[in-house]
Ligand binder design. Structure first.
Ligand code: BG6
Length: 522
């Protein structure tokens, strides 16, 4: 695999000016375009980051005029844009550069006419042959589109004219196991060199996820204690208060392990556990993340039985409102055993982390919404405050990814009074308070980086495959019934079996939201 970044660009640079290009969105009538992609392009344009000659072409099956497409995506911007109200001058200018291209994904003629259209736009808008293809279709179409791009030469770029770059962004899900991910990679790499491929994990577009590296490597005090000598265990939680929300058909092919753990949680884990990279460029960082993933021993049957939990939500109530169970969701088989909750205990077999458990969990319809990493440090020796032992907490560093973005450290402090009474308190940093509310959306950062040719925040082929290798072991064990499906009530922290996973190690799950930690799990 050629993993050399096309133009060797680096994440550490200040944002350089983006050159105008054509962004071709395949599957442009889907939800993602209206909810995320066009609002992101609108905000990048509004903030003056994207040049005012950038062109967007929506490629999809349904017949539609440019005008109709513009109106549809405007509705999306009005509803979902980070900045509101929409500024008419910015929108009018941008929308005059948004076009619709109607074709099925199989029809070669549709790609030939796309090529002609792009050549014309190159001339009228000075795009210099730069093209960003965005695969926002169902994954079953990825192969067909890539083949057609190969056939029509739309993916080719001239190595002697690197300014006329061609890049492709691939949305998730990237495969559903190691084999399908490998096949897809091979397929894509027939048409596009690895340096042209940008696999999305939108978690990497979040500011707080990017801050994980800054926090670890720009502060000298944490690195010496960031290892098995000082860390008792690590918890990573991504909880959602929504169910599958009409995506039952997709969820039936995935489940939480594939939908959330394989990508978002594994990426968080890799960033928390990795060694300092030798440089801040895309390959150096991804090399280190890859080493973490490779150091996780694959799950055998016994590990699956002892260290994984899968759950599915039943009908119930959330905030006093009735909610249906997973089995009643549209598109879900009435006997489905697909999980909407997964918890996994894993180890990283390297010098830094040997023997330190990492507990990962994610679920739908949980008690609270939030993504958090909690580093639990070893307890202080209980020699001085023995009488108070039950009141002395471990120091816990909480990295709040969302909401309430920030960092907090749980420490013990003396309660005011004549007696020595100890209470856990939090030292808190909140993004919002410190830096105000400006925070670009994940898709803004990711689209911009792809246009700038910076692949640092995208997943490399070897990363995606290593992560699938871990997930495959668990999925295979689940298929053999080694960890039977459990049920949980909506609005709880998931199945009670998941509490037992930690209880057997003498530990408790963290309650999301650091200020509740001292009350224990709820
Ligand atoms: C997506 C999953 O990748 O991430 C969804 O497919 C999930 O099921 C979503 O809801 C969560 O993203 P976020 O940014 O809201 O935490």
């Amino acid at each position: 695999m050629n993993s050399k970044n096309e133009e060797g660009r680096s994440a550490s640079n200040a944002t350089p000016a983006a050159a105008p290009c054509a962004i071709v969105i395949f599957g442009a009538t889907g939800d993602l375009t209206a909810r995320k992609l066009i609002p992101a392009i609108y905000n990048l344009t509004r903030d003056g980051v994207l040049p005012r000659s950038t062109v967007v072409i929506g490629f999809a099956r349904r017949p539609k005029t440019d005008e109709q497409f513009r109106q549809e995506v405007l509705d999306g911007v009005i509803k979902f844009s980070r900045s509101r109200p929409v500024e008419p001058a910015v929108w009018n200018d941008l929308s005059s550069r948004i076009f619709y291209h109607q074709s099925t994904f199989e029809d070669a003629a549709g790609y030939r006419s796309l090529a002609q259209r792009l050549t014309k736009l190159d001339q009228t808008h000075g795009l210099g042959g730069r093209r960003l293809y965005y695969l926002s279709t169902s994954p079953v179409e990825f192969g067909t589109i890539v083949d057609q791009l190969l056939e029509t030469g739309l993916g080719n770029f001239d190595p002697f004219n690197q300014a006329a770059w061609r890049r492709i962004i691939v949305e998730k899900p990237f495969g559903r196991d190691l084999q399908t991910a490998r096949d897809l990679n091979t397929h894509i790499n027939r048409a596009f060199d690895e340096s042209q491929v940008y696999r999305i994990d939108h978690y990497l577009g979040k500011q707080t996820v990017q801050n994980l590296m800054v926090f670890r490597f720009a502060n000298g005090i944490f690195e010496p204690i960031w290892n098995r000598r000082y860390v008792d265990h690590v918890q990573i939680t991504v909880g959602e208060t929504i169910g599958v929300e009409g995506r039952g058909g997709y969820f039936e092919t995935a489940g939480t392990l594939r939908d959330m753990v394989q990508n978002h949680l594994m990426q968080l884990l890799a960033l928390v556990a990795m060694e300092p990279p030798v440089a801040l460029d895309g390959d150096a960082i991804r090399d280190e993340k890859l080493r973490v993933l490779r150091s996780i021993p694959l799950f055998g049957g016994k590990d699956v039985a002892e260290r994984t939990i899968r759950g599915q939500y039943t009908p119930g109530q959330v905030n006093g409102q009735p909610v249906i169970g997973y089995l009643q969701e549209r598109g879900v088989h009435p006997d489905s055993t697909i999980e909407t909750y997964a918890a996994v205990k894993l180890f990283i077999n390297n010098w830094r982390w040997h023997g330190v458990p990492f507990y990962l969990r994610s679920g739908k319809l949980m008690k609270r919404q939030g993504s958090e990493v909690n580093i639990h440090f070893n307890s202080a020796p209980g020699v001085l405050f023995n009488a108070q032992a039950n009141r002395v907490s471990r120091n816990v560093l909480t990295l709040r990814i969302q909401p309430g973005e920030g960092i907090s450290l749980l420490i013990n402090a003396k309660r005011p009074g004549t007696a020595t009474k100890i209470a856990p308190v939090h030292m808190d940093f909140e993004y919002h308070e410190t830096f105000g509310s400006y925070s670009p959306e994940a898709y803004e950062r990711l689209l911009l980086d792809a246009i700038l040719g910076d692949s640092t925040l995208f997943i490399r082929r070897d990363e995606v495959e290593s992560s699938w290798a871990i997930i495959d072991g668990i999925e295979q064990g689940w298929e053999q019934g080694l960890s039977p499906l459990t049920r949980y009530e909506p609005g709880t922290w998931g199945p009670v079996e998941a509490d037992a996973l930690l209880a057997q190690d003498g530990r408790l799950w963290d309650a999301l939201g650091s200020n509740d930690r001292d009350k224990g799990p709820q």
